[in-house]
Design a protein around this ligand. Structure first.
Ligand SMILES: NC(=O)C1=CN([C@@H]2O[C@H](COP(=O)(O)OP(=O)(O)OC[C@H]3O[C@@H](n4cnc5c(N)ncnc54)[C@H](OP(=O)(O)O)[C@@H]3O)[C@@H](O)[C@H]2O)C=CC1
Ligand SMILES: O=C(O)C1=N[C@H](C(=O)O)C[C@H](O)C1
Length: 268
């Protein structure tokens, strides 16, 4: 193993994203997949799992056991909200650099984990979206929000998604909050005659979550002002779109000693 090789554990190998991440990691020369963490299949090998490469990689069902027994530099987590949070905490405690793609984190949780990473001087990345087009969509929305502060976000995902709104929608609203002052949108006397009709609210921004079979991951940011609207839209049509971002996050987290929230903060 060369000195620059990055040793990786992946949590969630049977998932839609986990499968893509295994393909990416095992086909990257300077990455070495050391183990996977799966709620099922403990004690088996990766090669025993359906649709996986024929590799003699151990499968653990417990993150603490995995990080105690396996030497690794980076944990890639692509699981579900409660597991992602638990795994992030364990990674920080055991000195692994977490790259968290799992969504469902609140602002407060991100602030708490940032503090832990800073205290321990460990690099960490929480990236609600690894796709370059989605990062640009968020950045363009932030840029436009300065001039058009009335904004509604409509995100659409497959119907197996657990968290709503999406991590991307929350991150977009977070980025917009940085450049505009809190604004109550719509008519001051508006009512919701059907609960939820106006969507969720984050700092005055309305967020609407659609869940349908057949969708992958889509977001449209609508900005309106007198006589005009601007629509900024991104569509993910294949999960391979996320992998260059995952690769970049793994490489960059090795050079960090704090937690970075959002891939845009790792880009030139
Ligand atoms: N940042 C980004 O760019 C992207 C982020 N995501 C996020 O990534 C996460 C995964 O998405 P996706 O792959 O579509 O979801 P899937 O449901 O397809 O996969 C999640 C996998 O994680 C497994 N899992 C759940 N808990 C644990 C645990 N404690 N330890 C190990 N494995 C566990 C699940 O197993 P089981 O089915 O047995 O519960 C399942 O196999 C979601 O939070 C999603 O929002 C998705 C796409 C892009
Ligand atoms: O669950 C998904 O699929 C996705 N989750 C992320 C999110 O919540 O924003 C990223 C992408 O939208 C796909």
């Amino acid at each position: 193993m060369s000195e620059q090789t990055i040793r990786i554990i992946i949590a969630g190998p049977r998932g839609k994203m986990g499968k893509e991440a295994i393909k990416m990691v095992t086909s990257t020369e300077h990455f070495s997949l050391q183990a996977v963490v799966d709620t099922k299949n403990a004690g088996k090998k990766l090669s025993d799992l359906e649709d996986q490469p024929n590799l003699d990689i151990p499968v653990y069902d417990d993150m603490v056991a995995c990080v105690s027994e396996v030497e690794a530099d980076v944990l890639i987590d692509l699981t579900k909200p409660d597991s992602g949070k638990k795994h992030l905490q364990i990674a920080l405690e055991y000195g692994l650099r977490p790259v968290i793609g799992t969504t469902g984190f609140t602002d407060q949780e991100i602030a708490d984990y940032s503090r832990t990473a800073e205290e321990k001087e460990i690099g960490a990345v929480i990236a609600p979206n690894f796709a370059i087009g989605a990062i640009l969509m968020m950045k363009f929305s932030q840029m436009a929000a300065k001039y058009m502060p009335d904004i509604e976000i409509i995100e659409q995902h497959h119907d197996q998604k657990l968290d709503a709104p999406s991590g991307t929608a929350m991150k977009t609203a977070h980025m917009i909050k940085e450049v505009r002052s809190n604004k109550r949108q719509g008519h001051p006397d508006e009512t919701e005659d059907l609960q939820g009709a106006r969507g969720g609210e984050y700092d005055g921004i309305r967020i609407h979550s659609v869940r349908l079979p057949g969708r992958v991951a889509h977001q449209e940011v609508l900005l309106g002002t007198t006589g005009q609207t601007l629509s900024i839209k991104h569509d993910t049509i294949d999960r391979s779109a996320f992998m260059p971002g995952v690769k970049m996050a793994v490489e960059t987290v090795m050079k960090l000693d704090t937690l970075v929230y959002g891939l845009e903060n790792l880009m030139e």
